[in-house]
Design a protein around this ligand. Structure first.
Ligand SMILES: Cc1ncc(COP(=O)(O)O)c(C=O)c1O
Length: 487
């Protein structure tokens, strides 16, 4: 994993020019350089703000940095205890040079070295511990236990669904949904090119053939045109994926499915709290699935849920989840089933998380509003989809870096990391990866290719701090040289 830049990437000779300083700061993306003499003794520092002011005062770019540098600044001996140095770091002093006994510059302290904003982390400070302790104190730690049914009931109520089956993760949720719908070898299931691989893997587990299609340019979700183009007599189902929390075009997908007599299995793993025309995602298709992995909007550590519209399918899924064992006759197996059960421990965490779901979803929306503001200010991004008919769940805030930006997506990720901010690239297009590239398709994947190449996700934890947001804004400011916007 990469870290903040090395000290030499911030070090500049006093004989260097203002232009050299600009180039160094551009490269290190820290907004600062430390000026040293020919013995590497620290004699000054220069920030991008200082340079801007020099240029505004008509300084020439070839002027020597030693004539314009700051000569009064904070520095510490490198032996200073870390907590003392850290206590001096703030949003105004984000870098402190560290020197040896001869005042030779040897290292520096900065916010991003002492702290890294993770792309996502769970918030578990509600009733999670109390409910898990309850499981342990009562001995109900396996899949029998009151929390599993309670979690199923309460999550279904939250979404407005009728039949819910809790399972051990979001991947098996998809497999169970497809199996309960009797998807099997010989069938084709249409899946979008941009999704986490679990969507397509679950189709392959059933023996059916996945047909990968492009996404549309506005919602980044499955393209209606491409679904239609890829329907054959063997097509049995469509799997819309509500990518990063934005709903798919559900009315049109359901109409297409009706017209061609197809089933719809929604993959709503990333869209907890997302709504299509005011109705929660996961309530449209014959089946829908969710994930409660540690990075999801609510978590059970590992966990998943399947919703069904039809009671018979739901009852079949309950049997399949439990080894295919008959509900009437113990140890009599009606199907080749699975052990996909959720434990009471997982469900206990889920019940506690559900108590705060509105708060979490609201926090994600607020975060998205802030990110929209800071990314817009750079003029270099296409913001996440937000159709008028959609409530984006904003699971993971993701934007597209414009092709006209003077930095590549990967360079941007690298610079953000150097500023203590983890980011994530959009999924690779499924059709490019070895296990999936030979499946038949009539799609050309223009949109998926572009979104995958230029898309970047920003830290989206619900408990992100004001300081982290300020740091992020500062980082973008120093990378794109735009104005700082505070959270
Ligand atoms: C779209 C999508 N589907 C399915 C899954 C699988 O869920 P899990 O990780 O809980 O197995 C994930 C993510 O984790 C996902 O993002």
């Amino acid at each position: 994993m990469q870290t903040a830049p090395d000290i030499k990437d911030l070090m500049l000779s006093n004989k260097a020019s203002l232009k050299d300083a600009l180039a160094l700061i551009d490269k290190n993306a820290q907004g600062i350089c430390f000026i040293v003499d020919d013995k590497n003794k620290l004699i000054g520092l220069l920030t991008d703000g200082d340079i801007r002011r020099c240029i505004l005062n008509n300084s020439a770019l070839d002027v020597k940095v030693e004539t314009v540098m700051q000569k009064t600044f904070t520095s510490f001996p490198v032996t200073t205890p870390q907590e003392i140095v850290q206590s001096k770091l703030s949003n105004t002093i984000r870098h402190i040079p560290l020197v040896d006994q001869n005042n030779v510059l040897v290292d520096y302290a900065c916010f991003s070295r002492t702290h890294r904003t993770p792309i996502m982390q769970p918030l578990l400070n509600g009733n999670e511990l109390a409910y898990v302790s309850d499981c342990i104190n009562t001995g109900w730690i396996s899949s029998q236990g009151a929390y599993v049914k309670r979690f199923e009931k309460e999550f279904a109520e939250y979404c407005g669904a009728q039949y819910a089956v809790a399972v051990s993760n979001g991947t098996v949720a998809l497999h169970l949904a497809l199996a309960a719908l009797d998807i099997k070898a010989g069938d084709e299931v249409i899946v979008p090119d941009l999704t986490f691989a679990a969507s397509i893997n679950a189709i392959i587990y059933t023996g059916a053939t996945p047909i990968i299609v492009d996404v549309d340019a506005t919602t980044w979700t499955i393209s209606l045109e491409d679904i239609e183009k890829n329907i054959t007599p063997r097509t049995k189902a469509i799997m819309p994926v509500h990518l990063y929390g934005h709903p798919c075009h559900m009315d049109e997908i359901m109409a297409l499915a009706k017209k061609h007599n197809l089933l719809v299995v929604e993959d709503a793993a990333e869209a907890i709290g997302g709504k299509y025309k005011g109705k929660h995602v996961g309530t449209f298709g014959e089946a829908a699935t969710f994930s409660f992995f540690g990075n999801k909007t609510i978590t059970t550590g590992e966990g998943g849920m399947v919703f069904f519209k039809d009671k018979a399918m739901y009852e079949k899924a309950l049997v399949l989840r439990d080894h295919g064992m008959s509900k009437e006759k113990k140890y009599w197996h009606d199907y080749v089933g699975f052990n996909y059960r959720m434990t009471n421990l997982q469900a206990a965490i889920g019940c506690a998380q559900l108590e705060r779901i509105d708060e979490f979803v609201e926090a994600k929306r607020k975060l998205a509003t802030f990110y929209n503001k800071i990314l817009s200010a750079t003029g270099n991004f296409i913001l996440p989809p937000q159709e008028s008919w959609a409530t984006n769940g904003y699971w993971l805030y993701t934007a597209i870096l414009k092709d006209t930006a003077n930095i590549s997506r990967d360079e941007l990720m690298d610079k953000m990391l150097k500023n203590g901010v983890e980011t994530r690239a959009v999924f690779f297009p499924l059709h490019e990866m070895p296990p999936y590239k030979n499946y038949p398709t009539k799609s050309t994947f223009k949109n998926a290719n572009h979104i995958s190449a230029q898309g970047i996700s920003l830290p989206s934890s619900v408990n992100i701090t004001q300081e982290e947001l300020d740091n992020m804004s500062n980082a973008l400011h120093s990378i794109f040289k735009t104005q700082h916007i505070s959270a």
